[in-house]
Every structure is written in C-alpha cells, then in structure tokens.
Design a protein around this ligand. Structure first.
Ligand SMILES: *[C@@H]1O[C@H](CO)[C@@H](O)[C@H](O)[C@H]1NC(C)=O
Ligand SMILES: *[C@@H]1O[C@H](CO)[C@@H](O)[C@H](O)[C@H]1NC(C)=O
Ligand SMILES: *[C@@H]1O[C@H](CO)[C@@H](O)[C@H](O)[C@H]1NC(C)=O
Ligand SMILES: *[C@@H]1O[C@H](CO)[C@@H](O)[C@H](O)[C@H]1NC(C)=O
Ligand SMILES: *[C@@H]1O[C@H](CO)[C@@H](O)[C@H](O)[C@H]1NC(C)=O
Ligand SMILES: *[C@@H]1O[C@H](CO)[C@@H](O)[C@H](O)[C@H]1NC(C)=O
Length: 338
C-alpha cells in the first residue's frame, strides 16, 4: 500500500502513472505468450497462492480472460496492466463470463468474480457478465459478488444487466470505478459501501440500487460525487426511465451525495419495490446537492420526488468514515479518494 501511495502521489498537474510491469514478488498472469513461472489464467494464479494470510499480489497482462474466478483467501491484491492507473477508461484487462442464475441455480454462482474473503483489492480490471437482458433461461447475472470486509475496488469496470454488482457484506470502497447495468445493478443486504467519484451508467430502464437489509441501519450505500448517466451501449432512449433505487427491503438505506444526475433519472427519483410489495415504510432514500437536470427544472427536479424520499440539508453522517468506519484509512487506497 505504501508503494502504491508513492506511485500515486503527485503535486500540481499529475503526470499519468502507468502500471506496465509487475511489482516485485507478484504472481504473474499472461494469457498470451505465457512465460515460465507465469499463469495463463487468473484462476490458476489464485490456486497457486499459499493458503495462509500473507499479503499477495497478482499482476495481470492485457487480454480478455474468459473464466469465473472464486477468491477465498484473504489479503490479496489483483492489479491489471494499465497505461493510466487513475482511469477505468484505459483498462485493458478483462475478466468475462456469460452465465445467469437460471442456468446455474444461484445468483452468486453466476458471478464472474466471487469474493468470499476479506482484505481484497482490485485495480484496473473490467469484470463482465455478458448474459444481458433476461431470456427464458435466466435474468440475474452477476459480474461481482462481494462477500467480505475491507474490499477495495480502484478504477474497476463492472459490466452487466441485472444484478451486476453485489456489495453484500462488510465494508467496501469503490473509487473511480465504472458500474453498468439496467436492473438492481448495485445491490446487497448486509454491506456498507462507499462509492466515490464513479460513473454509474444504465444500459436500459430500471432501478440502479436495490438495498435489502434485514434490520435498520444494517446496510448503507453512499454514492459520492458520481455521474449517473446513460451507457454508450444503450440501444433505446432512457429519458425518465431510470430510478436511483428501489427497496429490496423496507429498511433500505441509500444516499446520493453531490451527484450529477442525467436526463435518464425519472422525476420521482425513487420507486417502490413493486405494486404489491412497495417496501417503502422505513426506507432512507436520500439526496444531497444533486446537480444536473435539477438545476434546469426539467425532469429530475427535486420538487417531484417520491414522498418516501428525503432531501438532506447537509452531507453530515454520510462521509466515508460514517460508512466504512473510523479506521478506513488503514485499508482504503487514498490515491482513489481524491
Ligand atoms: C496481511 O498483509 C499485511 C501487509 O499488507 C500484513 O501486515 C498482515 O500481517 C497480513 N495478514 C495476515 C493475517 O497475515
Ligand atoms: C485485514 O485488514 C485489517 C485492517 O487492516 C487487519 O486488521 C486484518 O488483520 C486483516 N486481515 C487479514 C486476514 O489480513
Ligand atoms: C450468453 O449465453 C446465452 C446462452 O446461455 C446465449 O444465448 C447468448 O448469446 C450469450 N451471450 C453472449 C454475449 O455471448
Ligand atoms: C462527471 O462528468 C463531468 C462532465 O463530463 C466530468 O468533468 C467529471 O470529471 C465526471 N466525474 C466523474 C467522477 O467521473
Ligand atoms: C448506523 O450504523 C453506523 C455503523 O455502521 C453507526 O456509525 C451509525 O451511528 C448508525 N446510525 C444510526 C442512526 O443508528
Ligand atoms: C465527497 O468527495 C469529496 C472529494 O471529492 C469530499 O470532499 C467530500 O467530503 C465527499 N463527501 C462525503 C459525504 O464524503
């Protein structure tokens, strides 16, 4: 972490920082032209790690790796080759799979990357589930299932359609990431997630978040200074067809702080879970200082918001320490909290 902080430290105009050679001691993945002592797949590299809690780093050379990866070992950092560590737009490492819950018999089992452990960091990798819109064989198709605490995602791209990203447990940080989907594409039940300066992009109509805790204040997603927009991959006009969230349970808690909302956001902002099960009784669906269409009094104007939602008068209570705990600096890479 110290090495990374040094690499990312810059004064005034930041020079672009590359990561094109493996850090010393890293386990290396190279899909094409694999050399001695390297691995051709990420799964093989993960399987090679010692079964202890020692800090390990995996470095991945450019390529599309078509595989599902399951992490069960704590204290792991996976870094993709990149010409610009600060931007997901330069990602050249892709982990991709095409599988839905209907085909495999469980949402988490459909995930391209399953994280069932703690203290995992991912840098500059796109994780895709390419199943797409629902068919006769399936609907939910996860890119990432995050069941762990101290999970850090840095300039990572998440691509899916329904249920792209499950932030299920523990505390999780998402910095400078790209998250794409259509329906409930940021969801979970027992997690506290802080999403800092992400691009959140809808590819079709639906709700972005679906939080589903069992008890009050068990889960909280805070989305800070992010752009909420339409994906370049969308094939229809989404104006007014997207909601900031819907409550998977009546204790759902989601706040958008200082976000820029595109024309895709419906004037009501938030929607009930369903007509027969609205789940809106105890929700905390909050916004503070949204910008974008609001300031032009067009669609998305605050005055038209759903009655079960809240306009905050300050961001107090929704800072990174409120969401991740006072010791967040011991594990979050602050180069991505700027
Ligand atoms: C995990 O890695 C850190 C170094 O980043 C080390 O200090 C710590 O002891 C490791 N945890 C375990 C359980 O070995
Ligand atoms: C995970 O990180 C936390 C905070 O840095 C540390 O206390 C804990 O020992 C780590 N766990 C492992 C398995 O390394
Ligand atoms: C994903 O798999 C389904 C079959 O389960 C297939 O119909 C579909 O074309 C595949 N999509 C992609 C993008 O490969
Ligand atoms: C949001 O979009 C604006 C305008 O394109 C851009 O200047 C800003 O950097 C973006 N913010 C993030 C967090 O990507
Ligand atoms: C919610 O939980 C967080 C810890 O996860 C705590 O800091 C905060 O005080 C709680 N808020 C309420 C209103 O209980
Ligand atoms: C949002 O991010 C900015 C820095 O980009 C920070 O100053 C602000 O405190 C953050 N807001 C919250 C609620 O954490």
């Amino acid at each position: 972490m110290l090495l990374l902080s040094l690499l990312l430290f810059c004064v005034g105009t930041c020079a672009i920082t590359r990561r094109t050679v493996p850090p010393s001691g890293a386990v290396i993945v190279r899909g094409s032209g694999t050399q001695a002592a390297e691995f051709g797949t990420l799964s093989a590299a993960v399987a090679s790690l010692p079964a202890d809690g020692s800090a390990q780093v995996i470095f991945v050379y450019p390529g599309t790796y078509v595989e599902q990866v399951h992490l069960t070992r704590a204290n792991l950092t996976i870094m993709g080759f990149t010409q610009n560590v600060q931007s997901y737009t330069d990602n050249v490492v892709r982990l991709s799979f095409n599988l839905s819950q209907g085909e495999i018999g469980g949402g988490d089992l459909s995930a391209t990357l399953r994280i069932d452990t703690n203290n995992v960091s991912l840098y500059n990798i796109d994780v895709l589930n390419t199943f797409g819109p629902h068919t006769a064989t399936g609907a939910q198709a996860l890119a990432v299932a995050g069941y762990g605490t101290n999970l850090g995602f840095y300039a990572v791209g998440f691509y899916g359609y329904q249920d792209t990203l499950r932030a299920e447990k523990g505390v999780q940080f998402y910095g400078l990431c790209y998250i794409e989907g259509a329906v409930d594409y940021i969801f979970g039940q027992h997690g506290h997630g802080f999403f800092h300066r992400n691009t959140i992009a809808s590819v079709d109509a639906g709700a972005i978040t679906a939080d589903g805790p069992d008890t009050a204040n068990e889960s909280l997603f805070v989305i800070n200074e992010s752009n909420i927009t339409t994906s370049p991959a969308a094939t229809t006009d989404l104006t007014g067809l997207v909601f900031l969230g819907r409550p998977w349970s009546a204790q759902a808690q989601v706040a958008y702080i200082s976000c820029n909302l595109g024309a895709l956001i419906n004037p009501a902002g938030w929607e009930p879970w369903s007509a027969s099960m609205p789940n809106t009784d105890g929700v905390l669906f909050a916004e503070y200082a949204s910008t974008g269409l609001k300031i032009r009094k067009g669609p998305g104007a605050v005055g038209e918001r759903a009655p079960f939602s809240t306009q905050l008068t300050s961001a107090a209570g929704y800072g990174i320490a409120d969401v991740l705990g006072a010791n967040w600096m011991t594990w979050v890479d602050t180069g991505y909290y700027t």
